[in-house]
Design a binder for this molecule. Structure first.
Ligand SMILES: C[S@@+](CC[C@H](N)C(=O)[O-])C[C@H]1O[C@@H](n2cnc3c(N)ncnc32)[C@H](O)[C@@H]1O
Length: 276
């Protein structure tokens, strides 16, 4: 039965690695260390660096490579932009996006906020985001790691993060992002979950069908090109997603009143408004 973990239907439309090639998923705790002495691979050498063992460097190298493959068209994250934007609150002075990739959601936020700061770990993602946003003058793209990024308390009216939280220590990151919101501000999270129950697997099977139909309609292809699928499949080997139950329980503990929703295309959203 297709799902993001045991089938050909990787959430971005790419092929998952063949069974037996990915090994056990790395633990969340193992994904936090950054060896300061290790050199950062230059953009363009990423594929040769995929045997790097430091998780942050590996993530950065992966996304430096994937940046060049983003054709700025429809994908599973962009499919939910309109849903997320429906939850913006009244105060729209300053917004932050964490893990902005090539900047599609930051540009969407820029239509609603006076100023948007969008950060990403990958220099190549930031370079492409700047290129694609030349006509937008109220977004600042910065290459930065959210774990060391200065997040002043109560500073933002909106903080958004799409398909990025699973690369981060979830609890610590949600707590920091929540504290950086102004009273009345809103946290918007979209990310992938790990199907863990029969019901999840049913949704996942339906997602595979609907995703194929949507892709055919939106980009006139049934699947992304093989080199794109291969690149995402290599990246997916190291991805670890929480189950929906884990997301619910963390949200209840850290962000009381948060709304967690399952979405068909292998994703969940978490929307939390900080009390005034
Ligand atoms: C799957 S991509 C999603 C990009 C974009 N949000 C979208 O919806 O298409 C995840 C992004 O998170 C970024 N990222 C991963 N770890 C990060 C970190 N510690 N700080 C900032 N960005 C990070 C990656 O470089 C990558 O661009």
């Amino acid at each position: 039965m297709p799902d993001p973990h045991d089938s050909a239907f990787y959430p971005y439309g790419g092929l998952k690695p063949a069974a037996g090639t990915s090994g056990s998923p790395p633990s969340r705790a193992a994904s936090t260390g950054l060896a300061a002495s290790q050199p950062i691979p230059a953009a363009g050498t990423a594929s040769r660096c995929l045997n790097v063992t430091d998780p942050t460097l590996r993530t950065q190298a992966d996304f430096d490579r994937l940046a060049a493959l983003d054709d700025a068209g429809w994908d599973h994250n962009r499919h939910y932009h309109a849903f997320l934007l429906r939850h913006l609150t009244r105060d729209r002075s300053i917004a932050l996006e964490v893990g902005c990739g090539t900047g599609a959601f930051a540009r969407a936020l820029a239509r609603h906020f006076r100023r948007v700061t969008a950060i990403d770990l990958s220099p190549e993602m930031v370079r492409r985001a700047r290129d694609l946003s030349a006509a937008v003058d109220n977004v600042e793209f910065r290459q930065a790691d959210i774990r060391t990024f200065d997040l002043p308390p109560a500073a933002y009216d909106c903080i958004a993060t799409l398909a990025t939280l699973h690369h981060l220590p979830m609890e610590e990151t949600l707590a920091r992002l929540g504290a950086a919101l102004r009273p009345g501000g809103v946290l918007l999270v979209l990310d992938l979950y790990r199907p863990a129950t029969l019901v999840d697997r049913g949704w996942s099977a339906s997602a595979a069908v609907v995703s194929t139909l949507l892709r055919a309609w939106k980009v006139r292809r049934l699947r992304p090109p093989p080199h794109v699928r291969r690149a995402w499949a290599e990246h997916a080997r190291h991805d670890v997603y929480p189950t929906l139950a884990e997301v619910h329980s963390l949200a209840e503990r850290l962000l009381p009143g948060a709304s967690v929703r399952r979405h068909l295309l292998w994703r969940y959203s978490l929307v939390w408004r900080r009390r005034v």
